[in-house]
Design a protein. Structure first.
Lengths: 242, 166
């Protein structure tokens, strides 16, 4: 009996040892799972950064598509429909016949009205494309997109084509799971640059020098300022031969 | 009596907590606007130290001036130093129609107009209006400029140009 008991005890001990060993394996497995989970959680932001950038870039590409196809529905889906949304856009073609003026649009409704005006042009008149686009993720829900819009105008009457470069700052924000434009600022680039200090030359800090492209008259006494719904931004268009 | 006091205290507490976000938002907007105020001040006083403290000193910081683009704080700093080299009292920057939009607690947009007046020694004074967008972010508890876009505004018929700050 003793022997049996001893064997029994040994068996019991072995069972306990086996149980302990299994528990250790289980613990190890559990620990491994936790480590793997932590690793996944830590790696997640960087793993998400690339797709987020792509999503943001998609907004920019769609913005260009909406302009090229005069697609109001698409354009509407890209903007935050809020009174806080802002668009500052210069008069891209400074000729008097230009039918879409430069504006400071405050709120989606105002932006929509500008786009509707643009859509009155015959389709194919304007071709927009992107250049040197940079996406900066400021947070996981706010991104900044900067770069250039190249715009070519082919008038429907077959007259000379012209092109202009626009430099833009777009702010996009993920609102209710969707990346939306909350701020747009477009700058029409001057075709030629002169060194600092020369008439029309660049000055550091954001200004153009005295007697710049706007001319001495503008520098001596500005008659006004492009406020809401008024033409803005000086410039000469590059002319292209068809 | 005690329970009434507790109830009243709870109500006041709830009211305070409810009111807190808007109070904080106003304060954050003021903090953000201070960046713009200091930017103009730094230019006016040719204060490179102040200017440097306003920008995120990073290669990722970008600035668009009417005809140039600057990538990184070093390029921006070099450009500003050239400007400051022209001396104190030559340039006067003021701002108007400024709007602050808080995108998150840590990211904001400041937009508006800059009014630049220059009095070059021996030359004719001139003025320029610039439209600007400043993107600012709170990093390590401080609001810093991440991006600046300045666009020269064509003058023309419209409202009168604002009077420069004396």
């Amino acid at each position: 009996m003793t022997g049996e008991n001893g064997i029994f005890r040994n068996t019991e001990m072995n069972n306990n040892q086996r149980g302990g060993f299994e528990m250790r394996i289980k613990d190890m497995y559990g620990l491994l799972c936790v480590v793997a989970l932590l690793f996944c959680l830590c790696a997640n932001p960087s793993a998400n950064a690339a797709p987020a950038k792509e999503d943001v870039l998609k907004v920019e590409n769609n913005w260009v598509n909406a302009f090229n196809n005069m697609d109001l529905k698409l354009m509407s889906s890209l903007y935050w429909h809020s009174i806080k949304t802002q668009l500052y856009s210069p008069n891209v073609f400074s000729d008097a016949s230009s039918s879409f003026p430069a504006v400071l649009s405050n709120g989606w409704e105002s932006i929509e009205a500008v786009f509707k005006e643009y859509c009155k042009q015959p389709k194919g008149t304007f071709t927009w494309s992107l250049r040197d686009t940079q996406v900066t993720m400021l947070t996981d829900k706010v991104a900044q997109v900067i770069g250039y819009h190249e715009l070519v105008k082919k008038p429907a009457d077959g007259s000379e084509s012209s092109s202009v470069s626009l430099r833009f700052t777009h702010l996009v924000q993920k609102i209710e799971g969707k990346w939306l434009l909350v701020h747009s600022h477009e700058t029409k680039l001057q075709p030629a640059r002169q060194p600092m200090g020369s008439p029309g030359g660049e000055l550091p800090g954001g200004a153009a020098g005295p007697a710049g492209a706007a001319g001495p008259a503008a520098t001596s006494a500005p008659a006004g300022v492009a406020g809401p719904n008024s033409p803005a931004e000086a410039g000469t268009d590059r002319k292209m031969n068809q | 009596m005690k329970s009434h006091a507790t109830l009243l205290f709870s109500l006041v507490l709830v009211l305070c907590v409810s009111a807190a976000p808007s109070v904080m938002a106003a304060s954050a907007e003021e903090e953000v606007l201070q960046v713009e105020k200091n930017w103009c001040k730094a230019f006016k006083n040719v204060d490179m130290e102040l200017m440097s403290s306003l920008y995120w000193n990073s290669p990722k910081t970008t600035e668009y001036t009417p005809n140039e683009s600057y990538d990184g704080w070093e390029a921006i700093e070099t450009n500003i130093k050239k400007y400051f080299g022209l001396g104190k009292g030559v340039f006067d920057w003021t701002y108007f129609d400024t709007q602050v939009v808080m995108l998150t607690d840590n990211v904001a947009i400041i937009s508006g107009y800059h009014n630049l007046f220059e009095k070059p020694p021996g030359g004719n004074p001139y003025a320029l209006i610039l439209r600007f967008t400043l993107v600012v972010q709170k990093i390590d508890g401080k609001w810093l400029i991440m991006h600046n876009n300045e666009t020269r505004v064509e003058t023309g018929p419209g409202r009168e140009a604002p009077t420069p700050a004396s």
